[in-house]
Design a protein around this ligand. Structure first.
Ligand code: HEM
Length: 302
């Protein structure tokens, strides 16, 4: 890597409990340059403003049209995997801050800023539940890379797309009634960790169908595949689930993990998928700040 290339800092910002996710479809015929120009009118992503962070990510086709030289090899739209549908959109915005009012204001401002070129396709407010638990009651994030290692996991280290990050966005809807009807021990077998304190079950106890048994997998060189997860729960009294959002320096680990979760691999699938259903799936690319500025110098304006 030559020189310092800044990744979008909101990917790593910690301590925010209010989250808001937006996906947009660019209107047919809209000029890609007009889309990136509209995005630059959002608050500058290099700073946290008003106590909130914005992460901007573009769908593979749109980013390749805006900045072909800054699009990494392997950047492809989501395709269906097992029961996971492909619901690819063009723009993904992740807004996160201290309180719901701030992120809601930013979400509304984003819809206005993009109004001339894109339609809102999905919106999902979300929150940190208790001590960073998923709505199943299990701690989510225990084995996430620590913040000082996260850039190595999440950020493209060199070549086209350097400083950017591949993003997987999926909405999972839980059947909490059925999950919570299981005994605590059975719930722990579904995840592969203990419920109160997130301790990994011993090798002889952890089922092959446990979630963590499916997603812990080595690459061809024998190194454990790693992704940086930033998912948060959502819910009303009628529907609860997880907005799964993860970042990676390469796209393959996402696909490998999803296949191990959702495809019957020799009769083994992730038992968590018996209690939670993926209802959306998209891949995006979160470019570096430098690439955003190259695509639209207005990103550099104060
Ligand atoms: C319903 C959706 C999901 C739920 C509720 C969920 C929940 C959890 C929980 C409770 C853990 C254990 C604690 C931790 O280490 O964070 C975990 C670990 C993990 N999950 Fe998920 N997860 C979901 C979907 C996914 C998906 C779609 C992927 C990958 C594409 C994934 C990848 C991982 C990874 C890599 C780990 C860490 C495994 C380890 O190193 O021990 N998860 N998840």
């Amino acid at each position: 890597m030559s020189g310092y290339v800044a990744a979008q800092p909101g990917i790593f910002a910690q301590g925010t409990r209010a989250h808001y996710y937006l996906e947009f479809d660019v209107r047919g015929g809209a000029d890609p340059d007009a889309v990136i120009s509209a995005l630059s009118r959002l608050r500058e992503p290099a700073v946290t403003s008003g106590g909130a962070n914005i992460v901007i990510a573009l769908g593979p086709d749109l980013w390749r049209r805006i900045a072909p030289d800054d699009a990494p090899a392997g950047l492809q739209p989501f395709v269906p995997i097992g029961t996971a549908p492909a619901t690819q959109h063009d723009v993904f915005l992740w807004l996160h801050g201290t309180n719901h009012d701030v992120v809601l204001d930013m979400a509304r401002a984003a819809v206005v800023a993009l109004g001339g070129v894109a339609d809102l396709a999905t919106e999902q407010p979300a929150f940190v539940y208790l001590d960073s638990r998923d709505m199943t009651g299990f701690v989510d994030g225990t084995e996430n890379p620590p913040i000082w290692e996260a850039p190595d996991v999440a950020i493209v280290p060199e070549g086209a797309g350097v400083g950017g990050s591949f993003v997987l966005v999926m909405r999972w809807v839980h059947d909490l009634g059925r999950f919570h009807a299981l005994s605590k021990e059975d719930q722990e077998g579904v995840i592969g960790r203990t419920k109160p304190d997130s301790v990994e079950l011993a090798a002889g106890v952890k089922p092959a169908t446990a979630h963590i048994a499916r997603v812990v997998v080595d690459d061809d060189e024998g190194n454990e595949r790693e992704i940086f997860r930033r998912s948060t729960p959502f819910g009303t009294v009628h529907e609860q689930g997880l907005q799964f959002v993860a970042f990676c320096r390469e796209p393959e680990s996402f696909s490998v993990m999803l296949h191990r979760m959702l495809d019957d691999d020799g009769g083994v699938h992730d038992r968590l998928t018996d209690f939670s259903t993926p209802v959306s799936g998209s891949f995006y690319f979160a470019p570096s700040i430098d690439a955003l500025v190259r695509a639209c110098p207005a990103f550099d304006d104060d």
